[in-house]
Design a protein around this ligand. Structure first.
Ligand code: ATP
Ligand code: MG
Ligand code: MG
Ligand code: MG
Length: 497
């Protein structure tokens, strides 16, 4: 069976909303430079925050796009899941359609259903939808309007109430908020579905019954005293995971089995000479039980992490020891360690994936292709630097295992700090390796050791170098000209030859 291509499916989404009067805009860069509350864009809504807050007027009443997102820090952090499960990524695309004070629940629901069932031809009885069950504290009853709208399209056993955590969205402690309706798809086989009804598995972390689309209806404003008032104009904010949509339209059991990831996976498998066996549904979410599962996880981690690493560098964030730069360094080191330990790559490897990814994404995110040589070089240099200490650090961790077991299964904070300081093991990498050994890390102890070191070196470094690195002249005649911001949206990173 040939897989639907990512380019085609993405375009179908954009064309559909263009046909419903939406303006199609490019993705904003992943890296956020002017918002103290956010390091990376983590949802399709984030670049439009100002419109919803009323700080700036929206340039169009209807917008649709695909937005690069990263969920590796802060409020949304899915890093631990990546590679173990088959539907959370570090970097992913969020497809979105927006109404800024224009259409509301009725159209949003009608179009979501039309797109999934008419355009993408998903089987109706595989779809489950949720609505907000209400919240006494906020004096809100169930979102009966949404429930009634769904009844036009599907049956009651597929329309499920959901709690505040899953079905009520708030921008922050104060600000716009409202109920949401989420759409889940059941991709199990007929036998599996006969054995257990899908509605029992919605929001239950089942790898084949996954949430694909969240439609948020912003109708309230949360005030500082926690009360809610009705907004003068109602808005819609939606986010659909593109890689999950690809899994659904391809009829496969894992995001990694789609055209989004297959070119990378096949390249990795060939280069390392280890076959990718695909998803073993019984074991995702768990520690690998067999050698095949172990190498499969590593291959998935590499195929995932290279996207986060390459696109953040292309969007202007180099790996470093502070803030957003350290987030990228951590992801890169996590990937290097998987390549090293599970796929036997003792030399730099990740950088070889950049051309594959750049070619694959050139049509929609040309910023990577435009900087391919530079991004490749940055990654290779990071790999070389980390590989110098990785092996020694891993041996040190092995040697510590016994002491940790004697210590109640805990790697103490001072040791975790030494691994970070001397061998460049970020805390979460030490925690990951510990988890594989059935150990934990004393994270509070680590923070204490870190604080002590910071005190010692406070005077040594008067000024901290900025996080933002301009890559002028990095590729000979190319000159970085920065982001071209206009009223509509942040434009793609541009290079001038
Ligand atoms: P989940 O419950 O699966 O973690 P979520 O509720 O955190 O998802 P939302 O914040 O509602 O996700 O984001 C909208 C959509 O983005 C989700 O319905 C899903 O399809 C997709 N999505 C969210 N997180 C990820 C991720 N880490 N990788 C890939 N897609 C994601
Ligand atoms: Mg989540
Ligand atoms: Mg969810
Ligand atoms: Mg959600």
């Amino acid at each position: 069976m040939s897989l639907p291509t990512a380019a085609h499916v993405r375009q179908q989404f954009l064309d559909f909303f263009a046909s419903k009067g939406h303006h199609i805009v490019p993705s904003a860069p992943l890296v956020v430079k002017d918002d103290p509350t956010l390091l990376f864009i983590n949802s399709g809504m984030a670049p439009f925050k100002d419109y919803f807050l009323g700080n700036r007027p929206a340039p169009f009443k209807r917008i649709a796009d695909t937005q690069k997102c990263l969920r590796v820090s802060g409020k949304h952090n899915d890093l631990e899941e990546v590679g173990y499960d088959t539907y959370h990524h570090t970097m992913f695309e969020m497809l979105g359609n927006w109404s800024f004070g224009d259409y509301f629940k009725k159209d949003a629901i009608a179009w979501a259903w039309e797109l999934l069932t008419d355009v993408f031809k998903l089987e109706k009885d595989r779809l489950y939808v949720t609505y907000f069950e209400g919240d006494k504290g906020d004096g809100l009853g169930p979102d009966a309007e949404t429930q009634a709208l769904w009844r036009q399209y599907t049956t009651d056993d597929r329309i499920l109430p959901g709690n505040k955590k899953d079905n009520f969205w708030e921008m922050g402690d104060t600000g716009p908020c409202g109920p949401c309706t989420e759409i889940h798809v059941d991709l199990r086989t007929a036998e599996e579905r006969a054995a257990k009804p899908g509605h029992e598995l919605v929001n239950a972390d089942h790898p084949q019954v996954v949430e694909v689309w969240n439609n948020v209806f912003m109708e309230f404003q949360r005030l500082a005293d926690k009360s809610l008032i009705k907004l003068p104009a109602q808005s819609v904010d939606t986010g659909m995971g593109f890689e999950r949509l690809m899994m659904a339209v391809s009829g496969v059991r894992s995001n990694y089995d789609t055209d989004v990831f297959q070119p990378l996976i096949q390249f990795i498998a060939k280069e390392v000479g280890i076959e990718y066996h695909g998803t073993s549904p019984a074991t995702v979410n768990d520690q690998p039980a067999t050698e095949n599962e172990k190498t499969d996880i590593a291959i998935r981690v590499l195929a995932d992490h290279i996207r986060a690493i390459a696109f953040t560098i292309a969007d202007g964030q180099l790996p470093s020891n502070v803030k957003a730069g350290y987030v990228i360094r951590r992801i890169l080191r996590r990937a290097v360690r998987y390549a090293f330990s599970s796929l036997n790559q003792k030399q730099p490897f990740l950088y070889k994936l950049v051309p594959v990814l750049a070619d694959q994404m050139a049509g929609i995110f040309p910023e990577l292709k435009a900087q391919q040589a530079f991004v490749t070089r940055v990654i290779e240099e990071e790999e070389i630097a980390f590989l110098k200490t990785l092996e020694t650090g891993l041996r040190r961790l092995d040697a510590l295992e016994e002491a940790a077991r004697a210590n109640g299964g805990v790697i103490d904070g001072a040791t975790a700090f030494e691994l970070s300081d001397t061998f460049g093991f970020p805390l979460d990498l030490t925690a990951l390796i510990a988890r594989e050994k059935g150990l934990t890390v004393d994270e509070a102890g680590f923070q204490q050791a870190l604080a002590q070191q910071k005190n010692r070196s406070r005077n040594a470094q008067e000024t901290e170098q900025s996080d933002w690195v301009t890559v002028a002249d990095a590729e000979g005649p190319n000159v970085f000209v920065g982001y071209d911001q206009d009223e509509a949206t942040a434009r793609l990173l541009r290079y001038r030859k």
